[in-house]
Design a protein around this ligand. Structure first.
Ligand SMILES: [Zn+2]
Ligand SMILES: [Zn+2]
Length: 204
């Protein structure tokens, strides 16, 4: 996380939305301390499912929500259960239920313009109620691990099936493994579907 923030000039973080507590998504959590300092010692709001919050406390037992007299040597986090819709600045967010061999979540963001972006980093099933919420979303960011079947991630055929049902304005695939290069992905994907890349910014 530290290297990604430096490389892409991320110098402001308003809040964090966790999808789940697998290590490929939370290993950099300790570096939230730097943003605590930048934000003047205010605990960072971190939205997550109740089960994920419990797991984060087990993985990082030293997380605190209080400013420590000895300085910011531990992440100061204000965890918030994401069961209810919430806002970060002027963006409205709601959790999307997905299956990742266990109940996991993605997020649906709605900007003041009314434009919507849906994000699901890890899942192998989008339940019908989630598909219904995503119909016609402007931007879909969806995991697609590889062409071959995988028990806990979307494979290409399944991902394209969901995209066909949802009919988003455009789709960016994320969380791909190294079976295919970026150029090979482009050859396999229909119009409106592209692999994402580090540093990609989408303006709503
Ligand atoms: Zn995962
Ligand atoms: Zn993952």
């Amino acid at each position: 996380m530290r290297e990604a923030c430096i490389e892409h000039g991320v110098d402001k973080v308003d809040a964090i939305c966790l999808t789940h507590a697998h290590m490929d998504h939370v290993a950099g959590f300790d570096d939230v301390r730097r943003f605590n300092t930048i934000n003047g010692g205010v605990p960072m709001r971190c939205f997550a499912m109740r089960e994920t919050i419990e797991q984060m406390h087990r993985i990082f037992p030293y997380i605190s929500d209080k400013k420590n007299e000895m300085g910011l040597f531990r992440p100061m986090i204000n965890f918030v259960d994401n069961a209810e819709p919430f806002t970060i600045g002027d963006v409205a967010l709601e959790r999307l239920e997905v299956e990742h061999s266990f109940p996991c979540c993605g997020y649906l963001l709605t900007a003041p313009s009314g434009r919507r972006l849906a994000y699901s980093s890890d899942c192998h099933v989008l339940p019908p109620q989630t598909i219904a919420k995503l119909k016609g979303v402007d931007h879909l960011v969806l995991n697609c691990l590889r062409e071959r079947f995988h028990p806990t991630h979307l494979s290409l055929e399944t991902a394209l099936g969901y995209i066909d049902e949802i009919k988003p304005g455009d789709t960016r695939l994320i969380h791909m493994c190294h079976d295919l290069s970026h150029a090979e992905w482009l050859k396999r994907l229909p119009d409106g579907v592209e692999p994402a890349y580090d540093g990609l910014a989408i303006e709503l």
